[in-house]
Write a protein that binds this ligand. Structure first.
Ligand SMILES: *Cc1c(COP(=O)(O)O)cnc(C)c1O
Length: 383
């Protein structure tokens, strides 16, 4: 057997593969992976079908079709008052995942340190490793997962090159506050850092909280790679249409890497997403209200079963501490759960370097139909 390159060591297969296989074998309700079990708006689906019929089946332009780049610009202006040039300050990517990888490849030299908030979204560790970087965690701690700005400051060294931020944050569901974002911006400016900010849950924020893009803070425009995606906003995670916005130099740097990863993708999906970004506020309000109701259904149910529930401010996920039910380790709990109760969840631990911080924590996805969530709760009474 030939050995793979050193940089892949430790990446293994994702926890989602193990848990989804367990779900299939046991016929479990799968609240592991974060994808909705209903499709996005009909108009979006019809627009993609129409685009295929109309012949949008060859390579799209490398930076994305002009109508989508314009729609992204209009969206940033409409929701956040941010101004971008569609020709030089927008890049369409193969989901947020490619945008994250390309941004890391664009800015990280071998040996550079990348500070990321842990628990991490699962592609961050791999993206940093493939760019040759060294990951430095700053831990968001239960039960409210606030960012400790002193800890962030202490993590910066002369080798720090990039801050990798995610808000709303997967898996904890925390949304960075204005003072936290101000603190991040101040540090980035003081130490001349690039900030890659993953904002794929920008429209999935509950309880009337607001999303503040990091790029809107003074001094951040020329050092921020802002990333979002259609997957979560329009419930089409399989389409893999993402994008970055940033200054012309940022977009050029990221595109230099991106053009040799995929060059381009999703030609018929791109014009459909352009139309969806222009949907009225009622679409975005209904999406939020609907997911908030599902959050509350699952959180209230888990609470009444005896879990300590950390109700999220955003995203698709709720975190529980399993210790009140007599368990100490989330991995053991999640491996036992399918056979015992017919439900799959994901242990937080696998998203940490400091595994102790995540040991008793388990993540449950609530982006599923209410009757599925109800079924999971009924099954969990067997615990
Ligand atoms: C789902 C998700 C992504 C990936 O988005 P794609 O557009 O599917 O590539 C990136 N970051 C976070 C935090 C996510 O939850």
């Amino acid at each position: 057997m030939r050995e793979h390159a050193q940089r892949l060591t430790g990446l293994g297969t994702t926890i989602f593969a193990e848990m989804s296989a367990l779900a299939a074998r046991t016929g479990s309700v799968n609240l592991g992976q974060g994808f909705p079990d209903t499709d996005g708006p009909d108009s979006l689906l019809e627009d993609a079908i129409a685009a295929i019929r109309a012949g949008a089946n060859q390579y799209a332009p490398g930076r994305g079709v002009p109508t989508l780049r314009q729609a992204i610009v209009d969206h940033q202006k409409r929701f956040y008052g941010l101004e971008y040039d569609p020709d030089t300050e927008v890049l369409v990517t193969t989901g947020a995942t490619e945008a994250i990888a390309a941004a890391l490849l664009a800015y990280v030299e071998p040996g550079d340190e990348v500070i990321a908030l842990e628990p991490y979204y699962d592609s961050y560790a791999a993206g940093i490793a493939m760019a040759g970087g060294h990951r430095v965690p700053v831990t968001l701690r239960a039960p409210d997962y606030r960012l400790d700005l002193d800890e962030l400051r202490a993590a910066v060294t002369p080798r720090t090159k990039v801050l990798l931020i995610n808000s709303p944050h997967n898996p904890t569901g925390s949304v960075l506050t204005d003072p936290e974002l101000r603190g991040i911006a101040g540090l980035a400016i003081e130490h001349d850092l690039v900030v890659i900010t993953d904002e794929v849950y920008e429209h999935l924020i509950y309880d009337e909280l607001q999303h503040h893009p990091l790029a809107s803070y003074d001094g951040m425009a020329d050092r921020t790679v802002s990333i979002s995606s259609a997957g979560k906003t329009f419930s089409v995670t399989g389409w893999k249409i993402g994008w970055i916005t940033g200054s012309p130099s940022v977009v050029t740097a990221v595109n230099t890497a991106k053009q040799f990863l995929t060059f381009t993708s999703g030609a018929p999906f791109q014009p459909a997403v352009a139309n969806a970004l222009a949907l009225g506020n009622e679409y975005f309000d209904a999406l939020r209200a609907d997911l908030q109701a599902r959050r509350d259904l699952l959180c209230d149910g888990l609470e009444s079963l005896g879990f300590e529930v950390h109700r999220p401010q955003g995203t698709y996920f709720v975190t529980t501490d399993v210790r009140p039910l007599g368990y100490t380790d989330g991995i053991d709990f999640c491996r036992m759960l399918p056979d015992r109760a017919g439900v799959v969840a994901i242990p937080h631990q696998v998203f940490y370097d400091n595994t102790e911080s995540g040991r008793p924590l388990v993540r449950w996805a609530f982006c599923k139909q209410p009757h599925i969530l109800q079924e999971a709760l009924t099954r969990l009474t067997q615990l």
